[in-house]
Structure formats: structure tokens, C-alpha cells
Design a protein around this ligand. Structure first.
Ligand code: COA
Length: 325
């Protein structure tokens, strides 16, 4: 027995923030951002918006796409670094809003790899016979965690949600191979210092802007390319395929230069690479399901096609999954 994505949905706030809007906030230009990242727009939520409300819309679309009722769900997993509250989990808020009364729910904190980590947990539970149907979500309101005085980070990220309904299937369908990895030694490359037990909520924490995301972009870039390439090789080889067999490559949407460097190294280029970061920026855990759901809407893969997903983010965490759709 295996597990398969049987429904996909996505949602993003209506409000767009363009590079030109950012020119008015920090010392940057549309030209710099497009050349260095490929990003043109990102979506932003209203202050105080609930992450779970955005996740709810994406989840309802995924359930409708799958023809599955919320009560049929056994598990709800939400990959997020921007939860509604510290406690309880955003997954529990989502469960209540969906009326998924027969599920257990938890958040998975793996930054931009959160969706793939969650997908792997759902797959393991289904293979173990402990669940039949799972809802796997990546949802982020990163605009609430950005320092709008730091031009090197605030231009990169955006808000959005993507959801997948995962159900049991035969062994040669669905998730064919998955490999996850992390390296906690490199935690400081991307982090939010507080509030937490090391840096509790104090006036100093606020005045030092320690509640916002910090990233060593250049160093992160190098790790992103090598680590994502490595893990893509692992899953494709493990499943007994080559990169030529792929119908579509859906990488984490962080930076167009990272994606094209990986694509060149793996020999996957042109239409076989899905990119929507120009319109959404980096939506962290939401990036892959949001891209996969858009790819489905655009008819970029068909039933039976091989699709490769790869993620990379804070932790450091990274991973890849090969799917037969
Ligand atoms: N507008 C204009 N100039 C900017 C800028 C902005 N928004 N942000 C940074 N700069 C400047 C820097 O201050 C620096 O100026 P200096 O040379 O005078 O010191 C210069 O641009 C180059 O900065 P650098 O950080 O070396 O740029 P870069 O080419 O590495 O691009 C990133 C920066 C963040 C776009 C890139 O490093 C990146 O995408 N990193 C990976 C992010 C990622 O993968 N995250 C994944 C996990 S979430």
C-alpha cells in the first residue's frame, strides 16, 4: 500500500505588494529584485489575519477537488512557521473550522520544507495502516514576520496557502520515493531569534527587532543549490528513474536563479520546470503545494505523470519527493 495526492487547492490574499510598492518602503529597485530573485509581486494579508482562515480556503478547495468530506479525514498536518498563535496549533484551528471531527491535527515546523515533511508523515501513517485519508497543508503569513527596514529579506517573502488531500493507493502510484534531511549546525543562516526561551519577550527584544526573520542570503544560496540537487538525485535513483522521465519539476519557490542553477545541473529545463515565484515570492511551507495546485489548474501534468518536488529552508531542512500523479 502507498499514498497518493487525490486533491489539491490553493489560496492567497487578494492584496498584492509589487516591487514598486517596496521601492517606497526600503532602498531597493524593481530592477534589482527581478534580476537577483525573479520576484515581481507577492501577496500580503491584512494585519491580524488568521493563517488558519487562508489554510481553510485552500483546504476546502483540495477537499472539493478530491471529492472527500472533512469528516472523512483522519489526520490534518499544517506546515507553518507563522502560526495563528504559539498554542494551540494552527492545524487544530483548521480542524475546527473545517468540522473535521474525526481527525487528529498538528503543525509541522520545518520552515520551507514543512509541506514535504508533512507529506512524509501522512504517507508513513497511511502505509502503517493508521490512517486512510490525510489533509496536508502548507500555509504562511510571513508578512507578519518580516523586518520592513531590512531590504535583503523583506523583498523576498509573501503570504499564501496550498493544500493536498492524501489517500491510500497501490504501491506503484502516488509517493514513489521521499528523502528528508536537516542540519541543525546551520540554524543561524535563517532564523527568527524570539520570542522564545532563549530570547524571551522583553522591550530589548522588540527594540532590537529580534522578532523578525534574519537570513544570510549568500551563504544560504550556496547550500540551497547543492543540497537540493543532492536530494533530487537520491529520490529519482531510489525510484529507478532518470530526470528525463519527469513530466514536471516543482521546486521550492525561493529564487529563480537557484531554480535555474538546479535545473541546469539536473538537466531539467524549459516547460518542465514550474515557476510562480514571480507572482507570490517565497511563501515558505506554502510554496510547493501552492505551485503544485497552480500547475494542476494550468494542466501542466496529467494523471500518471512523474512529478518531482524539492524543498529547502531554515533548520537547515531540505527534502525531495517523487510522485506519480
Ligand atoms: N535592493 C537593492 N540592493 C540590495 C537589496 C535590495 N533589496 N538587498 C541586498 N542588496 C545589496 C546588498 O546590500 C549588497 O550590497 P553591497 O555589495 O554594497 O554590500 C548587494 O546587494 C549584494 O548583496 P547579496 O546579499 O550578496 O546579494 P545576492 O546576490 O546574494 O542576493 C538574495 C540576495 C537574498 C536574493 C540571495 O542571496 C538569495 O536568494 N539567497 C537565498 C535565499 C533562499 O534560498 N532562501 C531559501 C530558504 S527560505
Amino acid at each position: 500500500m502507498g499514498s497518493k495526492i487525490v486533491g489539491l487547492g490553493m489560496h492567497a490574499p487578494h492584496k498584492k505588494r509589487s516591487n514598486y510598492d517596496l521601492e517606497k518602503i526600503v532602498d531597493t529597485t524593481d530592477g534589482w529584485i527581478v534580476e537577483r530573485t525573479g520576484i515581481k509581486n507577492r501577496r500580503v494579508s491584512e494585519p491580524g489575519a488568521a493563517n488558519s482562515d487562508m489554510a481553510l480556503v485552500a483546504s476546502q478547495k483540495a477537499l472539493a477537488d478530491a471529492g472527500v468530506r472533512a469528516e472523512e479525514l483522519d489526520i490534518i498536518l499544517v506546515g507553518t512557521a507563522s502560526p495563528d498563535m504559539v498554542l494551540p496549533s494552527t492545524a487544530c484551528f483548521l480542524q475546527a473550522k473545517l468540522g473535521a471531527s474525526n481527525a487528529w491535527a498538528m503543525d509541522v515546523v520545518a520552515a520551507c520544507s514543512g509541506f514535504l515533511y508533512s507529506l512524509s508523515v501522512a504517507d508513513s501513517q497511511i502505509r502503517a495502516g493508521r490512517a486512510k485519508k490525510a489533509l496536508v497543508v502548507g500555509s504562511e503569513i510571513l508578512s507578519a514576520l518580516l523586518d520592513y527596514t531590512d531590504r535583503s529579506t523583506c523583498i523576498l517573502f509573501g503570504d499564501g496557502a496550498g493544500a493536498a488531500v492524501v489517500a491510500e493507493c497501490d504501491n506503484n502510484e502516488g509517493l514513489l520515493a521521499c528523502h528528508l534531511q536537516s542540519d541543525g549546525n546551520l540554524w543561524d543562516l535563517i532564523h527568527i531569534p524570539g520570542p522564545g526561551t532563549i530570547n524571551p519577550l522583553t522591550p530589548d527584544l522588540i527594540s532590537n527587532r529580534m522578532m523578525y526573520l534574519r537570513m544570510a542570503g549568500n551563504e544560504t544560496f550556496k547550500h540551497a543549490v547543492t543540497k537540493m540537487c543532492d536530494v533530487c538525485h537520491k529520490v529519482v535513483a531510489e525510484a529507478g528513474y532518470s530526470f528525463d522521465d519527469l513530466a514536471l519539476f516543482v521546486p521550492h519557490q525561493a529564487n529563480e536563479r537557484i531554480i535555474s542553477a538546479i535545473g541546469k545541473r539536473l538537466g531539467i529545463t524549459g516547460d518542465r520546470v514550474f515557476i510562480n515565484l514571480d507572482q507570490y515570492g517565497n511563501t515558505s511551507a506554502a510554496s510547493i503545494p501552492l505551485a503544485l495546485a497552480e500547475a494542476k489548474i494550468q494542466g501542466r501534468f496529467r494523471s500518471g505523470d512523474l512529478v518531482l518536488l524539492v524543498a529547502f529552508g531554515s533548520g537547515l531542512t531540505w527534502g525531495a519527493a517523487l510522485l506519480r500523479m
